[in-house]
Structure formats: C-alpha cells, structure tokens
Design a protein around this ligand. Structure first.
Ligand SMILES: *[C@@H]1O[C@H](CO)[C@@H](O)[C@H](O)[C@H]1NC(C)=O
Ligand SMILES: *[C@@H]1O[C@H](CO)[C@@H](O)[C@H](O)[C@H]1NC(C)=O
Ligand SMILES: *[C@@H]1O[C@H](CO)[C@@H](O)[C@H](O)[C@H]1NC(C)=O
Length: 367
C-alpha cells in the first residue's frame, strides 16, 4: 500500500507540478517598528489598538491579518505547561507556531490544550512522524485554532467528526499526507471557507471518498486525494479557484460528464494516473486554456474525438502513456491538419507497443 515506488512517483509528480506554499508576509520594515510591551515583571500589556489602525499595515501580503499577538515579545504559553509540544514565535513572519510532533499519547495531547494559552490563534500546527496519535478526537484542541495544519507520516487512523471545529474559520491549509486514515469527516470539509490547500494523499481509504463534499469551496486551489485506492464517488464542482487536482492511485473506472467542472479559469493540472479508467465521457472536465490532463497507466482503449478534441483545441495537453490503445480509425482525428497529436504526450503507445508518434499518418487515409 505505502510502497516506496508509489510514494516516489507521487512525490515526483507533485513536486514537478504542485506549488509549494509560500506564506510570505511583507518583510518591509513596517514590522521592525513593532512595539514590545513586556513590563519589567515580565507581565505583558495589551498594545492600544490604534497603534495598528492603519489598514495598510493590517493586512499582510498573503492576505493574513496581523495576528492579535503582533508586537508581543512572548505570546506563547509557558513552555513547561505544554511540553513536549513546542511553541515558537517568529516576529518577522508574525507567526506563532505549535509543534506537537513529540507528543506521547492522545491523553497527553488533550491535557496540553487545557493549559493556559494567552493567545488562541496559531499559524502552524505540526504533528509529524509520530506513532502515538491514532485517533484525533473531537474537542482535543479545546478552542485553539490554526491556519496551517500539518499532520504527516503519523499513524493517525480516525479523524473524528468536528475534530477541527476550532479551525473552521481559520484553516487555509490542511495536510494529512501519509497517515493510515480510514475514517475522515468529509461532511465537515464545506465548513472551511478559507481552505486553499487540502491534502489527504497516501492514506487507507479503501471505501468511498465523496467528491461532492468539496462543492462550493471557493478558496480551494490545490486538492490532493492521491494514493488512497479509494472509490471516488460524485463530482468535483463549483471550485472556482482550483488550480490542481490529484486523483492518481485510486479506483476510478468510468469518468462521467461533469466529473471535474469547477468553473475555475486557473485550472492547470488534472492528475488521474494509475487508476483503472476505461472511459471518459465528453464534457467530463472544465475546458481551460493550457490544461494538462494526465491519464497514464489506465485502461483506455481509445481516445474519443468527442471527449478529447475540445481540450486539445484550446492548447491543452493529454498524457496517456501505458494505456492499451487500439490504434484504429477512431484516433485518425489526431493525424489531421491541425496536428493535435503533438498535444498528446510522446509516451502514448498502441496496445502493441508502437508509439503513436511513429504511426504512418497514411494508414488513416481510408478512414
Ligand atoms: C481607526 O481610525 C478610524 C479613523 O481614523 C476611527 O474612526 C476608528 O475608530 C479607529 N479604530 C480603532 C480600532 O481605533
Ligand atoms: C517539530 O519537532 C520535531 C521534534 O519533535 C522536529 O524534528 C521537527 O523538525 C519540528 N518540525 C517543525 C516544522 O518545526
Ligand atoms: C505505526 O505504523 C507503522 C507502519 O506504518 C508501524 O511499523 C508501527 O508499529 C505503528 N506504530 C504504532 C504505535 O502502532
């Protein structure tokens, strides 16, 4: 399931086409003027709000508002009350982060969030490479919120319904890459209006993954459900900011009309490799200039003109290596004057192994 080969291929695809997330606030010296109000006894005083009452200063380049703890020297909770979690505050990025990677049990995690937190809104939350948390329980965060939730390469298997309820209004990024999740509250996904990056790849969904759960997430830019061997049911619609969608290594067999109809004009990648796709209906995807669709390692026996011409005609690219294509008259359209063949990746082969690029176009004269 988590074979190194799959992981490697996947990482390559992701890093070639995916976007690393930059969270760069303005680094101008606006922030070097921040007023530190730590009294002599260590007590911290609130900074009068009008110090920041300049809308230009208030919103950072990445759209984040200056957090309420801006200007404090030590906004973190006391280290000993939250150990082994570690809170760090970066005054340049204005980010207070919490790293609980070393947490020893679910009970300990729960206790930690009962400590006194002077500020409740963190930027990053991390639990990575941890074997001790299997169930993420509802209520565990006790009202503490995060913008970026990164829980990767753990043994998490169950995310309880509403486990992230303190983050509905704040989360922009949820990354649960490479866990053992079999149970996830997909019904909660629509409750994250700012979510722009959602990654649930390399988990153990052998059951259903409901595509409809993502409908209407207007901020969502990157959606990654790769490598779950899951049964993706429904359609991905009304995602007007979507740029990339990764659905490789699942169990898709037939792609219906409107399968990925996001309405986004920024859609750049639809990744469907390593499923068991035998057919794609016309109108399955958005038609967007320059869209790359990858369909490698599936079971397509033909490339229907009605399905594929609309994408290629607007400069799209289709990668279709390792499909058992029957190279008969139904692909003759690729060899016409408009030379659409050039927009099929150069690894596509007929079922007998011959490369589509090597076929003599004359064989289609009689079609
Ligand atoms: C910010 O400034 C405006 C006008 O300068 C004022 O009306 C408003 O009350 C101020 N807000 C705060 C939080 O001080
Ligand atoms: C979190 O803490 C662990 C040690 O417990 C460390 O290895 C890891 O690099 C830290 N991660 C981040 C993102 O700070
Ligand atoms: C976590 O999962 C790994 C395999 O992915 C396994 O070797 C390890 O024993 C698991 N740890 C626990 C505490 O279950």
């Amino acid at each position: 399931m988590k074979s190194p080969t799959i992981k490697l291929l996947y990482i390559v695809v992701w890093s070639v086409s995916g976007k690393l997330n930059d969270q760069n606030p303005i680094t101008s010296d606006v922030y070097s003027q921040s007023k530190v109000r730590v009294m002599q006894d260590g007590h911290q005083d609130p900074i009068p709000s009008d110090v920041f009452n300049q809308s230009k200063v208030y919103v950072m380049q990445d759209g984040r508002h200056l957090p309420e703890y801006h200007g404090y020297e030590r906004p973190c909770p006391d280290a000993e009350h939250i150990a082994p979690c570690v809170c760090t505050y970066d005054s340049v990025y204005n980010a207070m982060d919490l790293n609980c990677s070393a947490v020893e049990s679910e009970e300990q995690l729960k206790q930690i969030f009962k400590a006194d937190f002077p500020f409740k809104n963190f930027n990053h939350f991390d639990i990575n490479l941890n074997n001790n948390i299997k169930v993420l329980e509802v209520g565990v965060f006790n009202g503490i919120s995060f913008e970026i939730i990164h829980m990767s390469s753990n043994n998490l298997s169950v995310i309880e319904s509403q486990a992230f309820n303190s983050c509905y209004e704040t989360a922009t990024e949820i990354n649960l890459w490479e866990n053992m999740i079999t149970s996830f509250p997909f019904d909660d996904v629509s409750l994250f209006p700012k979510l722009s990056y959602f990654r649930l790849s390399i988990n153990w969904f052998q059951s259903m993954i409901p595509a409809d759960a993502f409908h209407g997430l207007t901020a969502l830019e990157h959606l990654d459900l790769c490598c779950n061997f899951g049964d993706i049911v429904g359609t991905f619609q009304d995602l007007p900011s979507l740029q990339s969608i990764y659905l490789s290594y699942n169990s898709l067999t037939t792609i219906p009309a409107h399968f990925i109809k996001t309405g986004s004009s920024d859609l750049s990648y639809i990744i469907l490799d390593h499923n068991d796709i035998v057919s794609v209906e016309p109108g399955a995807f958005d038609i967007v200039y320059g869209l790359a669709i990858t369909m490698g390692y599936n079971s397509l026996s033909t490339l229907d003109e009605a399905t594929w011409r609309p994408y290629l005609e607007v400069g799209g690219v289709l990668l279709a290596e390792a499909n058992p294509l029957v190279c008969g008259c139904d692909i003759a359209w690729l060899y016409g004057e408009d030379q659409l063949l050039l927009q099929i990746g150069n690894d596509a082969t007929c079922s007998d192994g011959e490369n589509l690029r090597d076929l003599d176009p004359k064989i289609f004269d009689l079609c």
